[in-house]
Design a protein around this ligand. Structure first.
Ligand code: SF4
Ligand code: SF4
Length: 415
């Protein structure tokens, strides 16, 4: 590896050495309690897929470049220099971690492996070896933010077609205004994704609740965050914040995308409006009687998968369960559940990569959880989780249907 490249990587490494990172570097006792808490290690029991095994890759670099003992005596100091094999190892560690933070819940010191992996992702970006797919998607999102005016007319046309779909499903006479755009002073700015289902189903719910809302021009998903590029992640999130500010809305409501929700709610500092997940909003409508669902109309056993960024890292557990309970006559909880729920293995951008065989294997704990419930319908509230749960269901030949929560609500909505 060239000296110039090493200097650049070293700069990134030291720039990320804040207080939490020092603590995580210093306190790991190698007790190994975290090994069995990672779904990837459960599926493929290799050290590099364990939380401590992954973290060691980053920790050894810190020892080399921030400690005299590690710098002078690598063997004694248990340190490694930047070189191509180390960066390959970092890729394996980082791009098999979903950032689910289940290990954090089970480490006696609360060591945040996901945060340590974000340093690894940042180093891979600088090294030019981050997954190309994610870098390209992040660049496209940045470009859209820079030249949004050029995208607007094409997007309005797409939305006019989706309005007809909403009209048909709601049985209304006219499609106009069913998906409002650029509406100033609306109560809600709803942020969807590229897929039509992420707009049509929420639009049906908003119209049923007679909400004063407007649709964002941007997708909620943050490929800058997934790729591990802090600058792009910040820019991508701020496109939506700027749009909400210009429209003077009171609340941003995020599509079923766990990471998009967590970034906007917890990582963007204090915002002049409320940030909610669509799950919370549906729950609010139901509690206030603004929408009505067919009482216990689904007889088949139903279970719920907590998306890590909405449940464990977002604190939303009861709302989706209350919604499902209203409709399902036979609800079955997974075990373990809530903050100890197993990650499906698709988060952190992994579902966008060419790694299906790995994801099927690392989805083994989730497969076992689903099978034990005997459920025929698995409901969840995250795009990545739906895609990964479908991969698991196909990979293991499970006889289950995977559904978005919004889809489940729309199917059982009293019009
Ligand atoms: S449980 Fe915590 S302290 Fe123990 S090995 Fe894992 S990260 Fe280190
Ligand atoms: S954050 Fe999740 S995927 Fe990453 S090491 Fe911890 S348990 Fe494994």
């Amino acid at each position: 590896m060239e000296k110039q490249k090493i200097a650049e990587l070293r700069k990134i490494l030291t720039s990320r050495l804040n207080r939490p990172m020092r603590y995580y570097n210093d306190t790991c006792t190698r007790c190994g309690l975290c090994y069995d808490t990672c779904h990837a290690y459960q599926g493929i029991p290799e050290k590099i897929y364990s939380p401590v095994g992954r973290a060691e890759v980053v920790r050894k670099l810190y020892k080399k470049y921030t400690r005299l003992s590690g710098y002078l005596f690598p063997y004694w100091g248990d340190s490694t220099s930047f070189n191509d094999p180390v960066m390959d190892e970092a890729y394996k560690a980082v791009w098999s971690c979903t950032g689910c933070r289940r290990c954090v819940m089970n480490c006696p010191f609360g060591i945040d492996t996901a945060l340590m992996m974000s340093v690894g992702k940042h180093l891979l970006i600088q090294n030019g070896t981050a997954p190309e797919e994610l870098v390209m998607l992040a660049d496209a999102a940045v470009e859209k933010g820079k030249s949004i005016e050029e995208f607007k007319e094409g997007y309005r046309q797409v939305i006019r077609d989706l309005e007809k779909e909403v009209q048909k499903r709601l049985g209304l006479a006219e499609p106009d205004g069913l998906i409002p755009m650029e509406k100033k002073n609306a109560e809600i700015l709803y942020v969807g994704l590229a897929g039509a289902h992420t707009i049509v189903n929420p639009a049906i719910i908003f119209n049923a609740a007679r909400e004063n809302w407007t649709l964002s021009f941007f997708e909620g998903v943050n490929f800058g965050f997934f790729a591990g590029d802090p600058e792009k992640a910040d820019f991508i999130a701020k496109r939506i914040i700027n749009e909400a500010t210009a429209l003077n809305v009171k609340e941003i409501v995020i599509v079923e995308c766990g990471t998009a929700f967590r970034i906007m709610r917890f990582l963007m500092g204090k915002l002049p409006f409320k940030v909610s997940s669509i799950v919370e909003v549906i729950h609010r409508y139901l509690a206030a009687g603004r929408i009505k669902l067919k009482d216990k109309s689904v007889a088949e056993p139903v279970t719920y998968h907590d998306p890590c960024q909405i449940g464990r890292n977002g604190g939303i557990y009861d709302e989706p369960r209350d919604i499902i309970h209203a409709v399902a006559a036979d609800y079955r909880e997974m075990s373990p559940t809530r903050e100890q729920n197993w990650c499906c293995g698709g988060g952190g951008g992994l579902v966008a990569l060419d790694n299906e065989e790995f994801r099927i294997k690392s989805g083994k704990p989730k497969k076992e959880q689903i099978v034990k419930t005997g459920a025929k319908i698995v409901v969840t509230a995250c795009e990545n989780c739906v895609m990964q749960l479908k991969t698991i269901a196909n990979g293991y030949g499970l006889d289950v249907e995977i559904k978005y929560l919004t889809e489940f609500v729309c199917e059982n909505l009293i019009r």
